[in-house]
Design a protein around this ligand. Sequence first.
Ligand code: G3P
Length: 216
Amino acid sequence: MKIFIDSGDTNEIKEAQSMGLIDGVTTNPTLASKSGKPFKQLIMEITEIVDGPISAEVVSITAPEMIKEGEDIATWHKNIVVKIPLIAEGLKAVKHLTEKGIKTNVTLCFNANQALLAAKAGATYISPFVGRLDDIGAEGMQVIRDIRLIYDNYGIDTQILTASARSPMHFLEAARIGSDVITAPWSVLKGLLHHPLTDSGLKKFLADWEKGQAKQ
Ligand code: G3P
């Protein structure tokens, strides 16, 4: 499973990159605004850190405007993936951009039917938001299972990008199901590293080593 970091913070992207953990980056208008940087500058800085797919989202809502915006964003760097919301106008834009050879990430997906339609339009990635489904009492990971089944039934090559991942269980389940990619904030990725037995085990190894050294 490929791992993307969901972030507009270049310091945390650098930190994750230095550990070799990430294959790409996703951003959204909320994360980009939080960075306080002009959007193009932020995306260009990210392209300097990570050599992998970098999703940059359009902010218009009609197909002609999304196409114009998407075509412009795609010229910024070879690794750009244009992120488009899963609405009717968005799918028109996805079809057009796909025909032009531009990669797309269809975002704000909340069920498997939407994911099937996005794939028909030619989406490179589909982003189902599992955490936001859990927030309203639905089972986010079931949507990932359904999409995996449907895409496999028909040999669809749109990549499932599990998004809005907020917990280690989202991560584990996504890997079990065979999600192609997961994107998660740095706080979640960092959290996956920790285990109390790793910490106590290391403490004991080092204490035993010191004891041994003192005897020599
Ligand atoms: O980038 C899209 C998605 O990952 C947002 O996650 O936590 O705001 O629902 P969240």
